[in-house]
Design a protein around this ligand. Structure first.
Ligand code: DSN
Length: 420
């Protein structure tokens, strides 16, 4: 049976040893290094099985029961199950599991609620937003008039008074909240009020934190928002992909915007994998996991502060921390490189009001979804913080980087990933 699920690795090795070797060495990299990229995780073997299944062969343009191709009986069942699980998990009125990615989901949101040239208000990218929230190099910034709000300089928290003032001035069609590098909770009640005051659609891009919502570890935007878009592969721990939740009143607009508005055939292996991940999230063990992700991140941020670095906004309420590393005398780009050489995978990241360019930055972003999946707890966070601090300081030296890397390997060996 295994060959039907893409699991016949021996066959791949004899057919295409070059690619087989890459699959193995990537598995090795994921097992041995510390994975601290806040938007990554280790999905379950069950999810990987669906991704590598024959569902990948099926064209299924349209929606369950209304497809443009025959032979969709089986994939229809998977999509219906996934939609029902998403609605149950998030208490949502409508769910669309077809977007190929978070960025694709966001294209659909723009298409459902706006026309090119309309004004949209979103968090500025340098303060933690996302490319699809109006960056000039992205379709959003090219086709829409995107105005931005940001965080206050004093406390690095979203300035809701400023947000309201800008909204009243620019009268946006849609207000987007959600970010990729904002470590704090967002007040969705205030944002709903502002949207109502100016007649804007409330869009939450929950890609980063939706897994924490699924695990009931932080408040949900779903009761407040008209539409919530997200990726399924971050804390949520599903396959790489996107999803959209909305109020029932917007269901037809969202579905039309995804297909035929923005995509052709959905990737049905990914849709089935999303359904599996949603079932996993409905389990109480996932709720424990989501809470542990936050506890670990708080512990990591505070341990990095003890190592002499500064957590932006003074800490975190979520799965990620943004660390201002200027005290080390090393910029984000060099820190990222030195950590990589030492077996620690993280990313350089701009901090609010960063004096450096986005390619250099004064910060790093760290996240705990992956290390928590592999079973690490608050006990390991000071060890990780010390390894990061040493890598930033000494990682230029090959021998010192190798020594740190072997300590990283010893630590990760105690928490094996995909042990089989
Ligand atoms: N690339 C994602 C992240 O790392 O935050 C956002 O899309």
């Amino acid at each position: 049976m295994s060959q039907f699920f893409g699991a016949d690795f021996d066959q791949l090795q004899s057919q295409d040893p070059e690619i087989a070797a890459i699959l193995l060495s990537e598995l090795d990299r994921q097992r041995k290094n510390l994975q601290l990229i806040a938007s990554e995780n280790f999905t379950s073997p069950a999810v990987l099985t669906a991704l590598g299944s024959t569902l990948s062969n099926k064209y299924a343009e349209g929606y369950p029961g209304k497809r443009y191709y025959g032979g969709c009986e089986e994939v229809d069942k998977a999509e219906v199950i996934g939609i029902e699980r998403a609605k149950e998990l998030f208490g949502a009125e409508h769910a669309n599991l077809q977007p190929h990615s978070g960025a694709s989901a966001n294209v659909a949101v723009y298409q459902a609620f706006t026309k090119p040239g309309d004004t949209v208000l979103a968090m500025s990218l340098p303060h933690g937003g996302h490319l699809t929230h109006g960056s000039k190099v992205n379709f959003s910034g090219k086709w829409f008039n995107v105005e931005s709000y940001g965080v206050r300089k004093e406390d690095e928290l979203i300035d809701y008074d400023e947000l309201r003032e800008i909204a009243k001035r620019v009268r946006p069609k849609m207000i987007c909240s959600g970010a990729t590098a904002y470590p704090r909770l967002i007040d969705f009640k205030i944002i709903r009020e502002i949207c109502d005051e100016v007649g804007a659609i409330m869009w939450v891009d929950a890609a980063h934190f939706i897994g924490l919502v699924a695990g009931k570890a932080i408040p949900s935007p779903v009761p407040y928002a008209d539409v919530v878009s997200f990726t399924t592969h971050k804390v949520l721990r599903g396959p790489r992909g996107g999803m959209i939740l909305s109020k029932a009143a917007h269901a037809a607009a969202i579905d039309k915007a995804v297909f035929p508005g923005m995509q052709g055939g959905p990737i049905m292996s990914a849709v089935a994998a999303k359904a599996i991940a949603l079932k996993e999230c409905l389990d109480s063990a996932y709720q424990d996991y989501a809470k542990q992700v936050i506890l670990n991140c708080k512990a990591l941020a505070s341990a990095l502060e003890k190592e002499g670095m500064r957590a932006v906004s003074g800490g975190t309420d979520t799965h990620l921390a943004l660390i201002d590393i200027r005290s080390t005398g090393i910029n984000g780009k060099v820190a990222d490189e030195r950590c990589g050489k030492s077996g620690i995978t993280l990313n350089k990241n701009a901090i609010p009001y960063d004096p450096e360019t986005p390619a250099v930055t004064s910060g790093i972003r760290v996240g705990t979804p992956a290390v928590t999946t592999q079973g690490m707890s608050v006990t390991e966070m000071p060890i990780i913080a010390s390894l990061i601090a040493r890598a930033i300081k000494d990682g230029a030296d090959d021998a010192k980087a190798a020594a740190i890397r072997s300590e990283v390997n010893a630590l990760t060996a105690k928490f094996p990933v995909y042990p089989r």
